[in-house]
Design a protein around this ligand. Sequence first.
Ligand code: SF4
Length: 497
Amino acid sequence: MDIIHTTSDRRGALTVDSPQPELDHIDGQKPSDHCAVVGYIGDEPAYPFILSSLKTLQHRGQESAGIATFHASSINARKGMGLVGEVFNERTKDSEYLLGNVGIGHTRYSTAGSKAMENAGPFLVTNTLGHIALSHNGEITNADRLRDELLKQGLTFLTSSDTEVLMMELARDISVHGLNGGVKLAADRLKGAYAITFLINDKLYAMRDPLGIRPLIIGKMDSGYIVASESCALDINGATIVRDVKPGELVEISRNGITSILTVPGKKLAHCMFEYVYFARPDSIIDNKEVFQSRLNLGKALARESPVDADVVFAVPDSGRAQALGYAQESGIPYSEGLIKNRFSDRTFIMPTQQSRTSAIRLKLNVIQSEVKDKRIILVDDSIIRGNTMNHIVALLRKAGAREVHVRIGCPPVVAPCFFGVDMKTKDQFVATGRNLEEICKVIGADSLGYVSVKGLVESIGMGRDSLCLGCVTGEYPSPVSEEKYPRQKELESFTP
Ligand code: SF4
């Protein structure tokens, strides 16, 4: 079988490779999701709808962005490093190049493969099927083994990305066995998480892995259909939700509607609980559950499970807002704004010293003195990963005269790596690894600390435990991880707060 890579560079497309921005130090304490994917087909040019969707989904990946459209018998693509607005703007005149009424888009945060431009999506290939472009959110846990197998069969790879492995597997299997047989075979061989949108020439497809780890939702617009990682991207384009792509389902989306081609059955469901806790935007609805309500419920559960006598509830802005509101509603303790975030210091540099890190926090956050002085404060956030940021915020509140600071967290302790598309790769990153509740409390410098329980988490999201992935808080994964990664899983220590 003849497979020729047709990256945007080789096709001569205009490509911007803007300087790689440094990760923001404060936000860098939070785990990052892998990517966002988008697709559009309809009666109007695809580019504007895909662009606005990617901007709406920027929170899912800030390293690179790309769009591929089908026009005049070929796929044109453009991708670059940086934020969506840095890669695509008036100066780059992309609407003149990315013509056509069908296309896909991608934003990336690398969790597998390097951060190089070559790994930016969408990925492109040409084989006997024609031109293929693919965007991927998730992580293929057996990508290394599959890559070796495909190499032995004579296929070549241009990048270190697991997405290229996924695309080559799909492209090979579909061209040999047809769409149904090929996708079934590929789904059998691919392990891990994948929510994908892809073009085969002018046809738009979307698929989720059988566990349904990452979200994917379809909306209807006046001019056609849009599919995206989160429903907020549908809202921004005036689309109404039609439905989620089902776990294991491959759909073809055309101007006339949605055709379910096949559904590969899974043994169970494993929707990522962190989508509800932190990753997804609160205004999104994922698998019929509104993210904001889940977070509000988490705050309420936290108030029931970890009550404390205090004067006021604050959120760590902006990540802990809904949970803090829920805590306040359930406890009857007033909610207030005690910490103000500087919205325009979003992309500061990684600070090498303790002093400069503290300055970075000060650049990012400030206190409202009257709300803090002499108060017993409950400080709520969605999660703690490393603990350094929380330590700085608690110190900031104390310096401003807080009498007591009680930290409450709307997620159980994160103690295990994620192998399914989230940037939490080693357990030594986590403040909760090898520490009990009292020891973590000491690290962050709080008067008391409480986490929501796994039971509280599951009930707050409103799905059964069997429908969720809880791997990073329990160490029990829904899918086997590759052999080279497995020892880390076996090393996990149990943690009981
Ligand atoms: S391990 Fe955690 S972050 Fe990763 S998919 Fe599972 S719940 Fe989500």
